[in-house]
Design a protein around this ligand. Structure first.
Ligand code: FAD
Length: 524
């Protein structure tokens, strides 16, 4: 076997997967058909859940230094500012990163690439996957090398992180179901001035559509996203200069452009792979789902697909779990993609609809409703949970088991365990729970009771135990998250609760681990 995992594609998804496999000691080979890293900014929004994962990877400080926190969004109609929605620390108390970070995809890829190098792993550029043949214990992959020669390697598993036109998906015969939207979009990285509120998102609404202006690093540097005017659709030679007059008219403002460093048009599709796994091959990121950019979810969802699959692949490769564990990747991530496609589709249809009623809604009502709704604490927190992806839960997964006795409003199996500040020693310092969790292992959080002597034998060194002693500050923090005492939560390496209950019963934990990880069944 040449490698345990062949990662095809070194976009954000492939880089995240290779990093997470490397941290868990898996031999992975990552290839990309391009000559080097992408220099296009493409995705811009980094969500809180991604930043939490970046913290474990050791790159969050650098991401925060390079990026800008989105402090608010301003909605403009006919040259007038109709509403401002303050973001501030919209998710205060819910995440160590209670905001949306604006940081270009190129910067994200650079940080992920540097983290990979620190593990002495490197992308093999100019190397394209051109063929796949599955056998019972391995996959033979045909690779086109930089000199044009085609060679073959054997991998135990193949991860298709190769974007919307995925070769892994196509060679595996997995359908990409969905359709393109009728509208054509443009994106431009510009240096410009105008009435936009600096350092904030500015949204210009007009009868037939919208323009988004995102602040970027540097002086007067804005990323623009807009709809190509209907009479220009289908033109291959379109330039940024061509769309400027329509944009000035639609925004109703004086915009002064100094430079445009990148201009691209694209037709958005909403599609999902019919299956996320075919035998020893998986699809992740844009290879598995593409949708409209509404809500800045695309890149983040791919990163989290990788985070979900990595710990499972690592356990199977090391022989710590049976191969059936890998079924849970699709069980958990297909519903996430399905929900994402339907919610972004609904939101997108509303913001681009050509209908008279939708135009009226966009220019007269949308700004007022959005500003009112986002002034309500409950709605702000709901919006943050949803958009930041911290609210993603796998309650219906075969890996999730909530034992009887835990109140309905407590965190349940499948949920991302909440972010808490707790004391782990009586009279000790208050610590950030997420800082203590080791995401290369399972973490058992034991509240108001003694932990089992000897831990959970089947997990051995793969388990960290965190006892939360009785303490009034702990009580307040636990009550905030509706966590009863006594209780326990066995967290999977990705921070989602696997097993939850009240009185910790070592036998139940052992049974859970053996059954759900398929220990003792066929290995990798
Ligand atoms: C113009 C544009 C603007 C966008 N704007 C936004 C935005 O504002 N917000 C947002 O969230 N998302 C946006 N997106 C989407 C976002 O860029 C993607 O969701 C993200 O790039 C997905 O990452 P990925 O790693 O899954 O795939 P990709 O970034 O597409 O990476 C796939 C990699 O696989 C490589 N590859 C492909 N085939 C092979 C092969 N056969 N062999 C070897 N390597 C191969 C490619 O070279 C590429 O490097 C935008 C996309 C485009 C095109």
């Amino acid at each position: 076997m040449d490698t345990d995992v062949l990662v095809v594609g070194a976009g954000p998804t492939g880089l995240m997967l290779a990093n997470q496999l490397g941290r868990r000691g898996v031999r992975a080979l990552i290839i990309d058909r391009h000559a080097g890293p992408s220099v296009q900014t493409r995705a811009l929004g980094v969500q809180a859940r991604t930043l939490e994962i970046y913290a474990h990877l050791g790159i969050v400080e650098r991401a925060l230094e390079l990026g800008k926190r989105a402090t608010g969004a301003n909605m403009w109609v006919q040259g007038r500012r109709a509403a401002r929605i303050p973001f501030g620390d919209i998710g205060r108390g819910l995440s160590p990163y209670p905001f949306l970070l604006i940081l270009g995809q190129d910067d994200n890829e650079r940080l992920l690439g540097e983290a990979l190098q620190e593990q002495s792993m490197a992308v093999q550029w100019n190397t394209e996957l051109v063929g796949l043949a599955q056998e019972s214990h391995q996959v033979k992959a045909k690779l086109k090398r930089p000199d044009g020669a085609i060679g073959e390697i054997a991998a135990a598993w193949v991860a298709g992180c190769d974007g919307a036109h995925s070769a892994v998906r196509e060679l595996s015969g997995i359908a990409f179901e969905g359709a393109p939207y009728e509208h054509v979009f443009f994106v431009a990285d510009t240096q410009m001035t105008g009435p936009m509120v600096p350092d904030e998102v500015n949204i210009y609404l007009w009868r037939e559509g919208f323009h988004l202006f995102f602040p970027m690093r540097g002086t007067d540097h804005w990323r623009l996203v807009g709809i190509v005017p209907a009479d220009m659709r289908g033109r291959d030679d379109l330039t940024f200069e061509d769309v400027i007059p329509a944009m000035r008219q639609q925004t109703g403002t004086e915009l002064s452009f100094k430079a445009c460093s990148w201009f691209s048009t694209y037709r958005i599709h909403h599609r999902r792979a019919a299956r996320f796994r075919d035998g020893r091959c998986f699809v992740l990121g844009d290879a598995a789902h593409v949708h409209s950019p509404v809500g800045a979810q695309g890149m983040n969802t791919g990163l989290q697909d990788a985070y979900n699959l990595a710990w499972k692949l690592a356990l199977v490769v090391s022989g710590g779990a049976g191969t059936a564990l890998l079924d849970s990747y699709a069980d958990e991530r297909v519903p996430v993609a399905q929900r994402l496609l339907s919610s972004t589709d609904r939101a997108f249809s509303l913001v681009v609809s050509d209908s008279w009623l939708a135009g009226l809604f966009r220019t007269r009502i949308l700004a007022k409703i959005a500003a009112f709704a986002m002034s309500l604490d409950r709605i702000r927190r709901f919006a943050f949970r949803t958009i930041s992806q911290i609210g993603i839960s796998y309650r219906d997964s075969p890996l999730s088991e909530t034992l009887a006795g835990l109140p309905d409003n407590a965190p349940r199996a499948g949920d991302r365990f909440p972010w808490l500040q707790l004391k782990f020693e009586p009279n000790g310092p208050t610590e950030d729970l997420f800082g203590r969790l080791d995401d290369t292992r399972f973490n058992l959080i034991v509240i108001g009771q003694a932990s089992p002597p000897g831990g959970v034998a089947e997990l051995g060194e793969l388990l960290r135990i965190h006892e939360v002693p009785n303490d009034s500050a702990n009580d307040r923090e636990l009550a905030r998250a509706r966590i009863p005492r006594p209780s326990f939560f066995l967290l999977r390496p990705d921070g989602h609760v696997g097993l939850a209950g009240t009185r910790l019963d070592a036998a139940a934990a052992t049974r859970y681990v053996c059954e759900r990880l398929h220990i003792g069944t066929q290995g990798a």
